[in-house]
Design a protein around this ligand. Structure first.
Ligand code: GUN
Length: 307
């Protein structure tokens, strides 16, 4: 007897990230064999947020696996903005450092935009500096934020068609929703290889009825909001690809903590064509793309030094 299933294909981000790690490991070995220094990433955390500590741990573990040198600078919650900018400046000037990131969020007394702009564009492996965001918007080669780049890579490596398709991005954050909407709609014939989709951006002021209407027209839905259960089965066109960037820590009935996304996974998987799980979907791809950006930054810096 044959059973057929209409359930969505689950996109395994963890497996894809591991594959990318091994590709990067080879790329890095070759770069070092050519006489270049081992790429070096500095991660800075301000305060003691356990989630931030966990994320940075995952990043440094990935560095170790691939062979990237890494250092984590932990600063107290009471660090002033001027002190943080001073630490960043030292990393900017240190020629042995190729990539610098400040784990977000920073404490409320520090301005996130000032911090993101303080990391020089060449070492800004998060791609959050105004120069890198500007380059992305203008189809110029720069460093692309890791989470949106992870989503783009997931779509490409899963062979999800995007050319002329309808995509809805739910969430307009400067680090995820905005850069992702640029990657999705920009020109595929350009060197930066956009995805040529028709993009609708929905956000907190999109009425619920309108959100459902736009989502139902979408071939691709990417949601990055942090509201568990926001995307339900009735909002998804049969066969659509649903990418869940949300991560929220919730308690289950037994009181155990677990991570959930913005999509009602068990329901939506019954209608979608493809779906990413949380955890194990976009999260590992963000880390893989950070590794890719660090090696790219080191290569660009080596090329600039040679010229
Ligand atoms: N906090 C949540 N996501 C990110 C990220 O991609 N980079 C940094 N630096 N902080 C984050």
């Amino acid at each position: 007897m044959r059973f057929t299933s209409n359930m969505a294909q689950i996109i395994d981000g963890k497996n894809m990230a591991n594959q990318i790690h091994s590709e990067l490991c080879k790329e890095l070995s070759q770069f070092v064999a050519e006489g270049n220094p081992v790429p070096h990433l500095t991660a800075i955390i301000v305060g003691e947020d356990p989630a931030s500590q966990k994320y940075v741990e995952k990043k440094t573990e990935a560095c170790k696996k691939i062979g990237i040198r890494s250092r984590t600078i932990v600063l107290p919650e009471s660090t002033t903005q001027a002190e943080l900018l001073d630490v960043i400046d030292k990393q900017n000037k240190d020629e042995s450092v190729n990539g610098v990131l400040v784990q977000l969020p920073v404490p409320a007394h520090i301005d996130e935009r000032t911090v993101c702009n303080a990391i020089i564009a060449a070492k800004d492996v998060d791609g959050f500096n105004e120069i890198n965001i500007g380059r992305l918007a203008l189809d110029m080669n720069g460093i692309v934020p890791a989470t949106p780049l992870g989503v783009k890579t997931l779509l490409e490596r899963t062979n999800i068609p995007t050319f002329g398709r309808n995509a809805v991005v739910v969430g307009r954050s400067k680090n995820v929703g905005l850069p992702l909407s640029i990657l999705l709609h920009s020109d595929g014939s350009h060197a930066t290889k956009g995805l040529d989709a028709t993009v609708t951006i929905c956000h907190r002021y999109t009425p619920a009825k309108e959100l459902a209407k736009y989502c139902r027209q979408a071939d691709i839905i990417v949601v990055a909001v942090g509201k568990p259960g926001l995307i339900t089965k009735d909002m998804v066109k049969p066969g659509a690809c649903v990418i869940d960037v949300g991560i929220t820590r919730v308690q289950d009935e037994a009181g155990k903590y677990k991570l959930v996304g913005d999509v009602d996974f068990d329901e939506v998987r019954q209608v979608a064509g493809h779906i990413t799980p949380v955890p194990g979907g976009v999260g590992p791809m963000t880390v893989a793309m950070l590794m890719q950006n660090t090696i790219l930054a080191a290569k660009k810096q080596a090329a600039d030094r040679a010229n």
